[in-house]
Ligand binder design. Structure first.
Ligand SMILES: Cc1ncc(COP(=O)(O)O)c(C=O)c1O
Length: 415
């Protein structure tokens, strides 16, 4: 079954909104995607029908428990965890990283080593730097290669030692888009007894995540980057989550996963997250290879259905940018290596600042981000710590015509 862009767009009510008679072009997706009506309905239904705290005897509280359980099951399918108890909901990925790093830090001793990367978003860097400061840990930095825009596992090997306790690394960069070979990292980390903590925030919208195949110990993602509401999700191997001390109030129970879900969480966002997961299953069932009754299989088929479309959008932009003498793509631009990146393309111009370009595009209702996108180390390495670049990130609802419109505006507005 072919990918049906019209059917996808019809599910997202914000696609038809105009400002000053100009349609909106959402290329700000790496910072947050739009949501389908099914997600809006799930959030609103939760607030209308199941709005109570957990653990009581009346109908709303019992229904609220169902919402919470369904969300853990949905995310377990989404990540192929095979165990809803390994799914922890939280405010966002950053908060979850700060929280779990604190629990992990109780097991680390002064002089232990942790590895962070120069490709990661600060959400998976700062929590570890602060932990190192608190616990007297040594921080080692894993650099990426300027020539390839990728990590080199041989360089990682030079950083590992018997004292390495953890590697925190991104699954895909939110700026240059490169995908990390996580099984390769895991193999090397586990050989020295180190844990692997993966930030999958930027792969979740584009690549089916499978924590069992990746082999990592922890993985975080954010529902608002894959068509859901503002919500963070952490997956951790049961053995780690059971062992770790959770920072929680005394009356809260010790069972998984709730021991890490401190306070009252946004159950409406959990309901919306379930609907976002089901959106991928809908894609698979309507546009993918027949997947049978399994939601996991339908999700995988959904990702297969969008891949060609999203890759083609990235290819179109990269080809278009190649026609601008003053533009430089910050990332893999070679067609043969497209499978090693997600469809997030950052670029700079010799003649204009990233802010000037973003403003010119905004004037035509094309939404992109400029700046460093919190990828502080990546831009420092590129020598553009202050200015950053322009980031265009594609989602399943974007069209080739929208890419052409962006290229036209760039052409018209070039001085
Ligand atoms: C790669 C990556 N990691 C982490 C984050 C932070 O996510 P959250 O807003 O859920 O904390 C972002 C947000 O842009 C991101 O792109």
């Amino acid at each position: 079954m072919p990918f049906d862009i019209a059917a996808v767009r019809a599910r997202f009510p914000s696609m038809t909104i105009t400002d000053n008679d100009m349609p909106r072009v959402y290329f700000d997706n790496p910072a947050g995607t739009q949501v389908p009506q099914s997600v809006v309905d799930a959030v609103s239904d939760c607030l209308i029908r199941t709005n109570a705290n957990l653990g009581g005897y009346f109908s709303t509280t019992r229904l609220a428990v169902e919402v919470v359980d369904a969300a853990h099951e949905a995310m377990s399918d989404f990540l192929n965890a095979g165990d809803p108890g390994e799914i922890v909901f939280g405010q966002n990925a950053t908060s979850l990283n700060f929280s779990i790093s604190r629990s992990l830090g109780r097991e680390f001793k002064p002089g232990d080593e942790i590895i962070v990367s120069r490709m990661d978003h600060e959400a998976n860097v700062s929590p570890w730097l602060m932990l190192a400061e608190d616990r007297g840990l040594t921080v080692r930095w894993w650099d990426w290669e300027l020539e390839t825009f990728e990590f080199d596992l041989a360089r990682l090997e030079t950083l590992l030692s018997p004292r390495t306790r953890l590697i925190a690394v991104t699954h895909a960069s939110n700026v240059i888009g490169s995908i990390t070979d996580i099984p390769g990292v895991v193999q090397r980390a586990h050989a020295v007894g180190a844990l692997v903590y993966v930030d999958a925030v930027q792969t979740a919208p584009h690549i089916p995540l499978d924590v069992q195949a990746l082999g990592c110990d922890f993985l975080v993602c954010s529902a608002y980057k894959f068509y859901g509401p503002h919500q963070g999700i952490l997956w951790g191997k049961r053995e780690h989550l059971e062992r770790l001390v959770a920072y929680r109030v005394r009356p809260a129970g010790d069972e998984l996963p709730h021991k890490f879900e401190t306070g009252t969480l946004s159950r409406e966002c959990m309901a919306g997250t379930t609907a976002a997961v089901d959106h991928f299953a809908w894609l698979g069932r309507t546009m993918g290879e027949p997947a049978g009754p399994s939601r996991r299989k339908a999700i995988e088929a959904g990702y297969c259905a969008i891949k060609g479309h999203e890759d083609a959008l990235a290819r179109r932009l990269l080809d278009g940018l190649a026609g601008f003498a003053d533009a430089q793509v910050l990332g893999i631009a070679d067609a043969a290596r497209l499978s090693r990146r997600v469809p997030t393309v950052s670029f700079i111009s010799a003649s204009r600042s990233p802010d000037a370009i973003a403003q010119a595009l905004a004037a035509r209702n094309i939404f992109v981000w400029s700046g460093n996108n919190y990828a502080v180390e990546a831009y420092r390495k590129l020598g553009r710590e202050t200015e950053g670049g322009v980031r265009v990130g594609f989602a399943q609802y974007n069209t080739p015509a929208e890419v052409d419109r962006l290229l036209d505006v760039l052409r018209e507005s070039t001085p």
